[in-house]
Design a binder for this molecule. Structure first.
Ligand code: TGC
Ligand code: FAD
Length: 398
């Protein structure tokens, strides 16, 4: 007689989005964080994003709302930060970027770049002064590494720091700095006579001005600025005492690149889901376009790209939580997931036809955003070279 094994859990129905049921591997806490951020983005942000994008600014109130939700510096411990695991931080990035890359960018720069730099390399008094207010979103931070003539090659920076009469004197220009024009505090990297060092520069310091970069066609729901230092004098305590050499800012980039590998999955998923819905309701030649084989092939390719990228992000997150993640693996993830997301967005755009080019649907907005995401935090080419170096042992940057 055959017996039925009733101890097997009931199989969950197939999802058209999380097709591989990757979510089954989430802990209860991770799921709760994911659902909270997803709900926040859908309820409070989605409708406002096209307008904010058109106006070229972050949705009003986003920094404080992100602070209230505990998203700012959420993977850091102490000083008012939530202290979540890496997977939870990744899930939050994914849900934010399903809204807009600008939301995830804000959270990346605040938490993974500006706060992380202070948390990892700062003095106790710098941490006490800045981290709790930044975690609440009542002080905004930025991270100034790139310069007009030093982008992919930050070792070529020209901004200088001179120690004179007990003070640091900064001179130089930082370019393309997310939140640069609205930040209350800038973490700035400059070269002294020995090496590259980091400084904490409050807004309003004499000799420091910032201005917004206008007319961006990408990442418009995010503000980008230029920072100019003209004999900007800082007290000795403005130095990040633990940061010495280029490895310090690069360590911050590892954190933010990890979040981008996740965020790109969110943007891709949003475009895939939009295309799937659209294809089901749009009729041509007497049939929904979802019924055409060519459209189904596109949808299945997109589904595969979204699920494979999500699996990769999850794997990197589990490695990070186990203390096993290498920077080169982060490069692999950022490179792959951003490339795939761009491809998904472009395919989704074709399914929406002419409607795909409007702000009424999120596809073109995501596509334009991802052009910045492909370039910042290390271009696709630079991440190719980082992985190429790792597997061949031969650096090919110079
Ligand atoms: P290289 O000689 O390889 O390294 C210098 C020192 O740094 C160490 N190192 C790292 N440390 C931690 N994490 C990493 N990922 C590291 N990579 C290298 C290295 O071991 C060495 O240490 P030491 O002790 O021997 O001195 O440096 P290189 O000059 O040859 O450059 C290497 C390269 C090209 C990979 C690097 O410069 C690079 O990653 N370039 C890309 C620049 C970039 O990503 N910029 C991003 C700016 S911030 C931004 O875009 C924010 S946008 C955010 C948003 O809005 O979301
Ligand atoms: P370049 O370095 O001049 O590169 C131009 C092209 O040459 C790219 O295709 C690049 O891949 C290629 N290239 C360069 N070197 C090589 C090589 N060795 N081999 C092959 N190809 C190569 N920076 C910050 O510090 N803080 C921020 O908050 C920040 N926010 C940003 C926000 C936005 C919206 C954007 C667009 C950029 C932001 N950046 C920020 C700057 C960003 O990190 C740089 O744009 C990026 O590092 C690339 O530098 P670049 O634009 O000068 O390009």
């Amino acid at each position: 007689m055959t017996t039925i094994d009733t101890s097997q859990p009931t199989r969950k129905p197939l999802s058209a989005s999380d097709f591989l049921a990757i979510d089954l591997g989430l802990s209860e806490d991770e799921r709760l964080i994911r659902d909270t951020v997803r709900y926040f983005v859908r309820r409070d942000m989605l409708e406002r994003l096209p307008e904010a994008y058109a106006a070229g600014r972050l949705p009003d109130g986003f920094p404080a709302a992100a602070g209230d939700l505990g998203l700012l510096g959420m993977h850091l411990r102490g000083y008012g930060c939530a202290g979540t695991n890496a997977v939870s931080y990744g899930l939050a990035c994914m849900e934010l970027e399903a809204g807009d890359s600008g939301l995830r960018s804000f959270v990346s720069v605040q938490g993974s770049l500006a706060m992380f730099a202070i948390w990892r390399f700062g003095s106790e008094s710098q941490k006490q002064m800045w981290l709790p207010v930044m975690a609440r979103g009542s002080a905004i931070g930025c991270f100034g590494l790139t310069e007009p003539d030093a982008g992919s090659d930050p070792a070529g920076m020209r901004t200088t720091a001179r120690f004179e009469d007990g003070q640091w004197v900064l001179n130089g220009t930082k370019m393309w700095i997310t939140n640069g024009d609205i930040a209350d505090v800038a973490v700035v990297w400059a070269r002294d006579s020995d090496c590259i060092r980091g400084f904490v520069v409050p807004r309003g310091t004499p000799g420091f001005v910032s201005r917004e970069i206008q007319h961006k066609m990408s990442l418009r729901a995010s503000t980008t600025g230029e920072l100019v230092f003209d004999n900007c004098r800082l007290p000795a305590e403005a130095l990040l005492p633990g940061a010495e050499g280029l490895r310090a800012p690069l360590a911050c980039l590892n954190e933010a690149r990890f979040g981008i590998a996740w965020g790109a999955v969110g943007a891709a998923r949003a475009c895939y889901e939009t295309a799937l819905d659209y294809a089901a309701s749009r009729t041509q030649f007497g049939s929904p376009i979802a019924g055409f084989q060519l459209t189904q092939a596109k949808l299945v390719d997109m589904l595969t790209q979204v699920n494979n990228s999500y699996l990769l992000a999850m794997h990197l997150g589990r490695l990070k939580d186990a203390g096993q993640l290498h920077p080169e693996q982060v490069s692999y993830g950022k490179r792959h997931n951003v490339q795939q997301a761009l491809d998904v967005c472009r395919t989704a755009r074709t399914i929406l036809g002419a409607n795909g080019i409007t702000l009424e649907y999120p596809v073109m907005r995501h596509m334009a955003n991802l052009e910045s995401v492909l370039t910042y935090e290390g271009t696709g080419e630079i991440h190719t070279l980082i992985v190429g170096h790792a597997i061949t042992g031969i650096p090919a940057f110079r």
